[in-house]
Design a protein around this ligand. Structure first.
Ligand code: ADP
Ligand code: MG
Ligand code: ZN
Length: 477
């Protein structure tokens, strides 16, 4: 018999607000190295503490749907979902069941160069739980990320293969990053996914029993889990047994899943409207305010770099491929007002250094002040520093920070424009190349570059070619 897979996803994305969802603790976008440093009596739900919705979360959320052009519910509200688990200090999660922030939507994705549209059942806001780490017989409860804001996107069962799932998730990830609502980095737990899988014979139109694998946190784990679960279910169906509707735990070290709990004895979450929070009612004024803060999409930025800054296509593509990089470029440009040089110093010198470096992986981690780099560019522009020496200065900044001026002075790198020395060099070059000088005097103007080249060579590329040009013109007439 031929079977087909049916897959539905529940995607959790950590919203990148500065503070948590209902208190003013730092929203730890990555888990801090010390457990329980970003907590307070509110997110620990001590007696008499009350939650207060963070407006930035709502703003980021609105920016997201404005960019994605989905239809939003201007009124939504929170529900309380009660269950006990040690990662949940208050024994309930604040989520949205009955009136989520978005119903019904779809995302367009290219799969094998064909456009496909995948339906979204709904999207809602909820708070994250803490993290439990098990070490032997002990368990560490770390509540740093407890009450961090999450956006959950629940799809319809609309994926027929794992490739569609991958393309969909990658597209979502790109959209989150473009909207600047989340870095959606799977390794840092900012994007997690529950995968629901069922199998049915090809002739069937109804959906068959499914299983759910929770909190998969890498693309490859999702890939493997779907494969393994589909094979397991086919084996069961081939024996004419039925699939238990259950939650399974995926072990990504052994590549096998095991029963966690059956859906039949699913908990009663006792959902009820959250009594301590008002509904969210978005007024037009707030939406307008969000519209003004709408970030530029990567494609718009690329066009701006091409048209306004006259960068080349591949340079514009490279700089806009990563928001940190384009931010860095624009910051540098603010100081230098020189798009071409700013771009080339970043893309050729800095990125090469970063590529080689073991501890610095992005422009965000650079330890020197951006003004120091701007200074290097300014000196090159004013012929006070040769481009060869500028590389040396940047390398020094990169490795040992410091100040541009001090590095230049200490290493004696300032372009020497001392006329007397320069004239001696020019005279020497003229003397040693009398044949070419004759040629030039007989009208071969093209040979002029040769003299400049020779002067630069004699001076070991330390000096300013423009000044050589002037002296040569004077001397050769
Ligand atoms: P639960 O609370 O059990 O997780 P939800 O309705 O919240 O139930 O989640 C349903 C998820 O499972 C959705 O992502 C949906 O697309 C998916 N799903 C539902 N039925 C099937 C099925 N037969 N096969 C695969 N996925 C399914
Ligand atoms: Mg589920
Ligand atoms: Zn707190």
């Amino acid at each position: 018999m031929e079977y087909e897979k049916v897959i539905g996803l529940e995607v959790h994305m950590r919203i990148k607000s500065k503070t948590k969802m209902f208190c003013s603790c730092k929203n730890a976008l990555e888990l801090a190295s010390t457990p329980n440093i970003n907590i307070c009596p509110i997110c620990m739900w001590f007696p008499w503490m009350l939650p207060l919705l963070n407006k930035e979360v709502v703003r980021l959320w609105v920016i997201w749907w404005l960019l994605m052009k989905c239809k939003v519910n201007k009124k939504s509200r929170f529900d309380r979902k009660s269950y006990f688990y040690p990662d949940l200090p208050n024994s309930f999660q604040i989520t949205q069941l009955y009136e989520p922030i978005v119903w019904k939507w779809s995302v367009k994705v290219l799969v094998d160069s064909k456009e496909k549209s995948f339906d979204i059942h709904h999207m809602h806001l909820e708070n994250d739980a803490g993290k439990l780490s098990h070490a032997g017989a002990q368990t560490i409860c770390d509540y740093n990320r407890s009450w961090s804001p999450l956006m959950e996107i629940v799809t319809e069962p609309v994926f027929w293969c794992k490739k569609e799932v991958m393309e969909f998730l990658k597209e979502l990830q790109k959209m989150f990053r473009a909207a600047w609502v989340s870095d959606a980095d799977m390794e840092k737990g900012q994007l997690r996914c529950d995968v629901n899988v069922s199998i049915r014979p090809k002739w069937s139109i109804k959906l068959w029993n499914r299983t759910e694998m929770k909190n998969l946190n890498s693309f490859s784990a999702i890939w493997r889990a779907i494969d393994s679960e589909a094979k397991r279910q086919i084996k069961i169906l081939e024996k004419w047994w039925t699939i238990n509707q259950e939650t399974r735990w995926w072990n990504d070290e052994k590549w096998i899943s095991s029963t966690q709990r059956s859906k039949e004895d699913a908990m009663d979450y006792r959902y009820f409207p959250e009594p301590d929070l008002m509904p969210i009612i978005l007024d037009d004024e707030f939406i307008e305010e969000c519209k003004r803060k709408l970030p530029e999409l990567p494609i718009e930025k690329r066009l701006r770099y091409l048209n306004k800054y006259n960068l080349k296509e591949d340079e514009a593509r490279l700089l806009t491929s990563d928001k940190n990089l384009s931010d860095y470029f624009e910051k540098l440009l603010n100081f230098t007002k020189d798009p071409a040089r700013s771009c080339s110093y970043i893309t050729t010198i800095l990125l090469a250094l970063i590529k080689e470096s073991e501890d610095i992986n992005s422009v965000k981690e650079l330890r020197f002040d951006i003004e120091q780099l701007a200074k290097v560019i300014k000196y090159v522009k004013n012929d006070e520093l040769s481009s060869t020496n500028s590389k040396q200065v940047i390398e020094e900044l990169f490795n040992n920070w410091g100040k541009t001026d001090i590095i230049i002075e200490e290493n004696n790198l300032r372009q020497k424009n001392d006329l007397w020395t320069l004239e001696t060099i020019v005279e020497e070059v003229i003397k040693n190349n009398s044949k070419q000088v004759d040629d030039y005097k007989w009208g071969n103007e093209r040979i002029f570059g040769f003299f400049i080249w020779q002067c630069m060579k004699v001076s070991k590329w330390q000096w300013n070619p423009k000044i050589f040009w002037k002296i040569l013109k004077d001397k050769l007439g």
